[in-house]
Design a protein around this ligand. Structure first.
Ligand code: DAK
Length: 265
């Protein structure tokens, strides 16, 4: 099934929803229209029972997303900037909180909002030509799509400050993996196949277990350890009420794990 958008290509096949940001002339920069479409696409995929895993990528071989659209921002007033910020906040949060696994397949530049949207995904795979950076301070602004919050949480305070203060610093895919921004690096020609392979691997697990584990990790990391462990215990208990738990454990005991069928309930 394909969804129609002006700035995105969205296709769901074999359980995998691929969202491709498609503005190659501006290296897939995010303007307001694209942000609104991303929010609509994420909502549609969340509600689509055929879509089990989401892969986010950019069109072309040069860029994933080269940040927010500077040609739109240059003359924007404060209220317009605020509207753009709110649009992004809602879309990125919807992506981060989606109950299905999300994989960023970073196929080139991931700058500013591009680096930030990759950080809102569960997993980031990068091609060997990918470059990550937060150039905002060189434009007279600061990261506003979550970069000041997610970057230090994913790496550390000192690394985040160096990248953000040093605006024009662009790090390689290997360096991004070393500091915790990327899970794996692949040759560009293999990136999408590897992303789909990982998506299919995730589809062997119970979608309900994944949704609960994702909630425990995301909410837990933003709270103290005691509250996080309590949340984990509660969600763990909840998983015992599911048909998937019965299916997984019964299949194990009957030595037919390869036949297990999860229904996400
Ligand atoms: N916006 C608009 N156009 C862009 C663009 C961008 N971010 N990035 C590239 N382009 C366009 C270029 O202008 C050029 O257009 P033409 O001249 O061909 O018409 C075309 O894409 C090809 O780019 P280049 O000719 O520059 O290609 P190069 O290979 O030489 O360089 C580059 C590639 C990615 C290194 C370079 O294009 C570049 O530095 N791009 C800009 C990167 C950047 O600074 N991105 C913006 C980061 S700031 C907000 C919250 C957050 C944000 C905004 C608002 N609110 C709460 C309101 C986020 C801000 C950011 O993301």
């Amino acid at each position: 099934m394909a969804y129609e958008f002006k700035n995105l290509l969205v296709e769901v096949a074999d359980g995998i929803a691929v969202v491709t940001i498609n503005r190659p002339k501006s290296l897939n920069a995010l303007n307001s229209e694209t942000l609104a479409e991303l929010d609509a696409a994420f909502a549609a995929i969340e509600a689509d029972p055929e879509a089990k895993v989401l892969i986010l990528t950019g069109s072309g071989e040069k860029s994933f997303v080269a940040g927010a659209d500077i040609s739109e921002m240059v003359n924007a007033s404060a209220p317009e900037g605020r509207t753009m910020g709110l649009l992004a906040r809602v879309a990125f949060k919807r992506l981060e909180d989606m109950e299905k696994p999300t994989i960023a397949a970073v196929n080139g530049f991931a700058l500013g909002g591009g680096c930030e949207i990759s950080m809102a995904c569960d997993i980031t795979l990068a091609s060997d030509n990918a470059k990550f950076g937060q150039p905002e301070a060189g434009l007279g602004i600061l990261p506003g799509f979550g970069g000041t919050q997610r970057l230090p949480r994913l790496t550390n305070k000192k690394i985040a400050k160096e990248l953000i203060f040093g605006a024009d610093i662009m790090i390689s895919a290997d360096e991004a993996m070393r500091i915790g921004l990327v899970n794996h690096v692949y040759p560009q020609a293999e990136l999408m196949d590897e992303a789909k392979k990982l998506a299919k691997h995730f589809m062997l697990s119970s979608p309900y277990s994944i949704a609960l584990a994702k909630q425990a990790i995301n909410v837990g990391l933003d709270t103290d350890i005691d509250a996080g462990l309590k949340l984990e215990a509660n969600l763990f208990g909840l998983s015992f009420a599911t048909a998937d738990k019965k299916e997984g454990m019964t299949c194990f005991l009957e030595k037919r794990m390869k036949e297990r069928k999860f229904i996400g309930k």
